[in-house]
Design a protein around this ligand. Structure first.
Ligand SMILES: Cc1cc2nc3c(=O)[nH]c(=O)nc-3n(C[C@H](O)[C@H](O)[C@H](O)COP(=O)(O)OP(=O)(O)OC[C@H]3O[C@@H](n4cnc5c(N)ncnc54)[C@H](O)[C@@H]3O)c2cc1C
Length: 292
C-alpha cells in the first residue's frame, strides 16, 4: 500500500460507526504527533489517527496486520525514551480524543478512565471526590494515563505509594493481533490464574494498545510538611533517609545539587528574604512527611 492508499483506508475506518474518529495529515500535525520529549529522531509519520472507541482501535490493528502497516501508540508524548516517536513512515495512534472518565465507585474507591485521560485530570477528579491519586510528576499536566501505564511511570511519591502499576484495578487492551481483552475486571481479589495486566503495564505499547484503565484511589494524606535540608556530601543522603524512615512515613524524598538550587532561587516566591548561604552545602535534600 502506498501512503495515499493508507490514508484513504484510515479515513474510511475512522468514519465508520456512530462516533467517528479523526485522521490528520497536515505537516504541523505530523511533526507534533511524530515525536516525544526526546526530540532526537526527526518525526516522519504517514498519518495521525485519533480514535474515539476501543472498537476503532481494534479495526486499526486488524487493518495494520492485514496491510503490514506499522502503528505507534502515542499519549501525551512526554516520554524520555523515544517510545512514542514515529520516524519511519508509521501511523501514529493518539488517544487525545479518548479522554473521558467513564465511571466512579465511591465504595470500591476506583475510577474507570479512557487511556487519553491526562494524569492531572485524574488527580483533580479524585480530589473533587474527596480522594487522592498519588502518582505524580512534573509532566502530569500533559502525560496521559495510557502513557503512564505503558511506561509504568513512578514519579516523586514512589517511596510511599509505589509505581503506576500498583494503582491498576483493571485494564482494557487491544492486543497486537486485534483481540479486545478485559483484564482483572476491576477486582480487588482475584486469583484466577495469569494476571496479564502486568504484561501490558510497562510494555511501551509493544504488546498492544491500552484503551481503558480502572484506577484505584486512596485517602488523601493530611498535614504534610516539606523540609529542605542541606548536606555536605551526597553520600549522606541515604543515612538521612534511613534516619527519617525509622521515625515517620515519608511521602517523597528527593535530592538536588547546588547548581539547580542556584537557578531556582531567583524565581522562587519564598517568604525568606535572603538566599541561604551555599558555600559549605553541596547537596540538598527535599522530603515531605506528615507533621507530628
Ligand atoms: C518534565 C518531565 C518529568 C518527568 N518525570 C517523570 C518521573 O518522575 N517519573 C517517570 O516515571 N517518568 C517521568 N517522566 C517521563 C514521562 O512523563 C512519563 O514516562 C509518562 O508516563 C509518559 O506518558 P505520556 O502519556 O506522555 O506517554 P508517551 O510519551 O506519549 O508514550 C510513552 C510510551 O507509552 C506508549 N503509549 C502511550 N499511550 C499508550 C497506550 N494508550 N497504549 C499503549 N501504549 C501507549 C508509547 O508508544 C510510548 O512507548 C517525565 C517527563 C518529563 C517531560
Amino acid at each position: 500500500m502506498n501512503p495515499e492508499q493508507i490514508v484513504a483506508s484510515l479515513k474510511a475506518l475512522m468514519e465508520a460507526g456512530q462516533t467517528p474518529g479523526k485522521v490528520l495529515t497536515d505537516a504541523a500535525d505530523l511533526e507534533n504527533y511524530g515525536k516525544d520529549w526526546t526530540k532526537i529522531y526527526p518525526p516522519k509519520p504517514v498519518a495521525i489517527v485519533l480514535p474515539k472507541t476501543t472498537e476503532q482501535v481494534q479495526a486499526l490493528v486488524r487493518f495494520a496486520n492485514e496491510n503490514q502497516v506499522a502503528l505507534v501508540p502515542s499519549g501525551g508524548r512526554t516520554g524520555l525514551s523515544a517510545g512514542a516517536v514515529a520516524a519511519n513512515g508509521e501511523v501514529v495512534v493518539a488517544f487525545d480524543n479518548m479522554n473521558q472518565i467513564l465511571d466512579f465507585s465511591a465504595s470500591d474507591r476506583t475510577v474507570k478512565c479512557q487511556a487519553g485521560v491526562v494524569t492531572e485530570q485524574l488527580q483533580t477528579y479524585a480530589e473533587d471526590n474527596g480522594l487522592y491519586y498519588p502518582v505524580d510528576f512534573a509532566s502530569a499536566g500533559s502525560s496521559q494515563l495510557g502513557g503512564n501505564l505503558s511506561t509504568n511511570a513512578g514519579g516523586i511519591k514512589v517511596i510511599r505509594y509505589g509505581m503506576s502499576r500498583d494503582w491498576v484495578a483493571g485494564l482494557k487492551v487491544v492486543t497486537g493481533k486485534g483481540d479486545i481483552l478485559d483484564l482483572n475486571k476491576d477486582l480487588a481479589k482475584n486469583n484466577t490464574g495469569y494476571d496479564l495486566r502486568h504484561l501490558f503495564i510497562g510494555a511501551e505499547g509493544t504488546l498492544g494498545f491500552i484503551t481503558e484503565a480502572t484506577m484505584k484511589l486512596s485517602r488523601k494524606p493530611d498535614n504534610l510538611t516539606v523540609l529542605v535540608l542541606g548536606l555536605n556530601d551526597l553520600t549522606n543522603t541515604m543515612d538521612v533517609l534511613q534516619a527519617f524512615q525509622k521515625q515517620i512515613d515519608l511521602t517523597a524524598y528527593e535530592f538536588f545539587s547546588h547548581q539547580p538550587w542556584g537557578m531556582y532561587w531567583p524565581m522562587a516566591r519564598c517568604r525568606r528574604r535572603s538566599k541561604p548561604r551555599l558555600r559549605t552545602t553541596r547537596c540538598w535534600n527535599l522530603r515531605r512527611c506528615p507533621t507530628r
